[in-house]
Design a protein around this ligand. Sequence first.
Ligand code: RET
Length: 298
Amino acid sequence: MNDAAVLPDPTVGIVSPADFGSIENLVPLTTGQYTAGSLILMISYGAHFAFILYFLWSSFQVAPRYRIVTILSAVVMASAGLSLLREFSTWETSYAFVAGMYQPLSENSTFTNAFRYGNWTITVPLLLTQLGIAFGLPRPELHKRTLRMIIPAILMIWTGLYGQFGETGDWSRLNIWGVISTVFFVWLIVEVRGVISRGIALSPAELKGWPKNIWWYFLATWGLYPIAYALPQLGFTGDVVVVRQLLFTIADISSKLIYGIILSRYVLRRSALEGYVPAAEALETSPAGSAVASSRGD
Ligand code: RET
């Protein structure tokens, strides 16, 4: 008999629910659920790795003062891709197919979402730094405002990291630290709003709608993370496990990858409006513009 089939009971003996770390270690999955989880994590790391190339290539088209925005997106893609690849391989080794179900704690290895929080410690400050650079904040103001965003962001992540260990049944730990983390999130939102307002003021007239839309996009996509955090309270089921991984993945692809595309298009347009010729050429698609470009021989 394979001992992976016998799960320690978290309610008795020397193991407490908190020892299991993540709900993934508590519930057997059907083949469909397990495969869905693998697929979700695979798409997640695959997309992030692929877009390293996109952002590096985009950086050739934008003006030098904005180039670091696209480079930072490439760095975020690499960092998130590696972390998500790790998440994927832990998923693969943590389950064993026994008696028609995927049983957790295979070969005594546990799955954890805590790596995600570790990774956000790197990526979140980079995502916030990109914003002020894209909006063209003067350097001293950029440094001050970026720092004022990073401090609540780190406190939000680390208090959430501590609290998420309660997701296997210690609801007071999960919720108390979740509320503390949300207080830092609200502080962060206030700081981001300040940067967005400066972005509206500093954007060329044609682009003032961009920071406004980025604001709503930021709220909608970053707001998915606390939902994923709270989700285990709906019950320890395979569906909750899979839906939670799906939510994390939608949030990750939106808040890093699509956000990076939006910022790179914004700085491309801004570069063109500020007279940077490669950006203007990259945007030129009208027949008239193409004719001019062809007659010039470029
Ligand atoms: C936590 C804990 C529960 C309360 C709140 C949270 C917010 C997390 C956020 C994370 C954003 C992560 C990003 C990562 C990109 O790489 C920590 C889940 C409010 C907003 C954007």
